[in-house]
Design a protein around this ligand. Structure first.
Ligand code: 0RQ
Length: 500
């Protein structure tokens, strides 16, 4: 049977009010770009007629502006999970006084299985990007996978954006495999980063496929150049690795690295490339950013497994040009495999993620500014942190021109607890929390990671109540945050009033 070809507008008409829609991709990579914009237009048209129109959204991680931006601006979203980074989506999620989006911030590895378990409602429509689709129903993803195998299998209708800007030669880059669900789950046959266990494509019944031809560029913006602070954080991480290698805590062949998304993560990898004492290593991660590509070409990274190629447009072009070179050195997997905590522990992955703030005992907040405003979400940080061989959090010591300390007495929201966080790194140094009790952890974090301007205040807090296993003072623990909210600077915190 032949496939059904439709326009983007016709495809959007297949989506109804209250439908749950799953989107392919992970970050902007591999996301559909045309149909979501048409769904947003449809929502606006229905709203103008006085009709309700909102959808539930499942994604792999954050998406491009065509999905999150368009749908948020059209007030077309009923609920959304997981991670997002779009300004308009973030504002809509935080705008409780209006009609807020139900946003639930899940560990990325769990999204596909929770959809399968039925916890989140069914999938009515999948909208996915592909570089190839065959008459028999084989769909080959583009630069990001996310939850694509699950949503394609479960959806009643699968809308495929066939993007001719992505070479069909991408076929072979992916390894697509869906986990079985309990009580029948079996072991996952990945014992080395480069092992393959699945198919090059997702296969669905062709009668439910609607193909929209597109010609869309990658939505990737560039990375900020490495600045003094991110370079120093990167250097501190690299030096920490060298000392761990010398102590024999990391095997001489090194271990696979996961590094989160964004400028700091990119800078950390760049610093590892510059350090001659770090051997060639592998990457088992979620997002493969520009630095990984550079390091593969220069021979610093031997193999990369990820869920997406989150590349700038320049790096994406370079990838397509050298596809034959990269094909043997790289694999893209669904998020339930790229972020699988069991595999992270099995492979001994070293996880590097970013904190908004950490407290002096090692609890980390990666998501909520001042405890209430959602920034992005935890993304895959929890998938990796809890199971990592060594879990590292990186952060500049201050934010907002020094008015906010990233090291605080108590985090205003907790994503990663002291039980999972092993190492914290700022531009000032490395706090190694392994094997240390609460007082020693606090000293390590204050003296090695806090900005020198904040160290006396943090010492004052620590000295307030030397009581019990954790010297927490519930009357004073949020005085850094209160000082910022009331005066615009955490430097105005004053613990003298609590001293008897
Ligand atoms: O805001 O740009 O308005 O000045 O937060 O901070 O330093 O540019 O760093 O872009 O890497 O973002 C944690 C949000 C950091 C991100 C977070 C303000 C700061 C700035 C951004 P401005 P930076 P980044 C990967 C795995 C989730 C956890 C993770 C993130 C803006 O890395 O979402 O790693 N991580 N997941 O000024 C108020 C503070 C602040 C603060 C920074 N304490 N209070 N504002 N900022 N610290 C994701 C995936 O799985 C795909």
């Amino acid at each position: 049977m032949s496939l059904t070809y439709v326009t983007a507008k016709e495809a959007a008409a297949l989506v109804n009010h209250n439908d749950n829609v799953g989107f392919s991709g992970f970050t902007h990579a591999g996301c559909p770009k045309v149909v979501p914009v048409e769904i947003a237009k449809r929502a606006e048209e229905e709203h103008a007629k006085g009709n309700p129109f909102k959808i539930g959204m499942f994604t792999g991680a954050s998406t491009g502006d065509s999905i999150d931006g368009s749908l948020a601006r059209a007030n077309a979203v009923k609920f959304r999970t997981p991670y997002q980074t779009n300004k308009d989506m973030r504002n809509a999620i935080n705008a409780v006084e209006h009609d807020p989006i139900q946003y639930f911030d899940m560990h990325l590895s769990q999204v596909a299985q929770e959809i399968r378990y039925g916890f989140l409602g069914g999938v009515d429509v999948a909208v996915v990007e592909a570089c190839e689709v065959t008459e028999s129903g084989e769909i080959v993803p583009t630069s990001g996978v996310g939850i694509m195998p699950t949503i394609c299998r479960l959806a009643k209708k699968v809308i495929v954006e066939l993007n001719d800007k992505v070479p069909a030669k991408m076929r072979g880059v992916h390894d697509l495999y869906e986990l079985q669900d309990p009580p029948k789950r079996r072991h996952i046959n990945i014992f080395e980063v480069q092992n393959r266990i699945g198919l090059e494509y997702v296969k669905v019944d062709p009668s439910k496929i609607y193909v929209v031809r597109t010609s869309e560029e990658n939505e990737g913006s560039g990375f900020a150049p490495v600045d003094e602070i991110t370079a120093k954080i990167g250097e501190n991480v690299a030096n920490f690795f060298v000392s761990e290698l010398k102590k024999g805590n990391i095997p001489p062949t090194f271990l696979p690295i996961q590094s989160g998304v964004g400028n700091i993560a990119n800078a950390v990898l760049a610093s590892m490339a510059q350090n001659k004492d770090i051997p060639r290593f592998e990457v088992y991660t979620e997002v493969i950013q520009d630095a990984v590509l550079d390091m593969m070409q220069k021979g610093h990274i031997s193999f990369a497994s990820g869920c997406s190629l989150t590349l700038s447009n320049e790096a994406m072009d370079r990838f397509y040009r050298d596809l034959d070179f990269f094909k043997n050195k790289l694999v893209l997997r669904p998020s339930e495999i790229s972020n699988n905590p069991g595999l992270v522990r099995r492979l001994g992955v070293i996880g590097i993620n970013t904190a908004l703030e950490a407290d002096i005992f090692g609890n980390v907040n990666s998501t909520h500014v001042m405890g209430n405003m959602m920034m992005n979400g935890i993304g895959g940080s929890g998938d990796f942190t809890r199971s990592a061989y060594i879990s590292i959090f990186v952060t500049p010591s201050t934010a907002k021109n020094g008015m906010i300390s990233a090291i605080v007495p108590k985090v205003a929201h907790e994503d990663h607890s002291e039980h999972s966080v092993k190492v914290i790194v700022s531009e000032y140094g490395v706090a190694d929390l392994r094997g240390k009790g609460t007082y020693a952890r606090a000293e390590e974090i204050i003296e090695n990671c806090a900005h020198p301007d904040y160290r006396p205040l943090l010492r004052d807090y620590l000295n307030l109540s030397k009581k019990g296993h954790t010297p927490q003072n519930l009357y004073a623990c949020y005085d850094f945050h209160k000082a910022f909210l009331e005066t615009g600077s955490m430097l105005n915190a004053d613990f003298s009033k609590y001293k008897k």
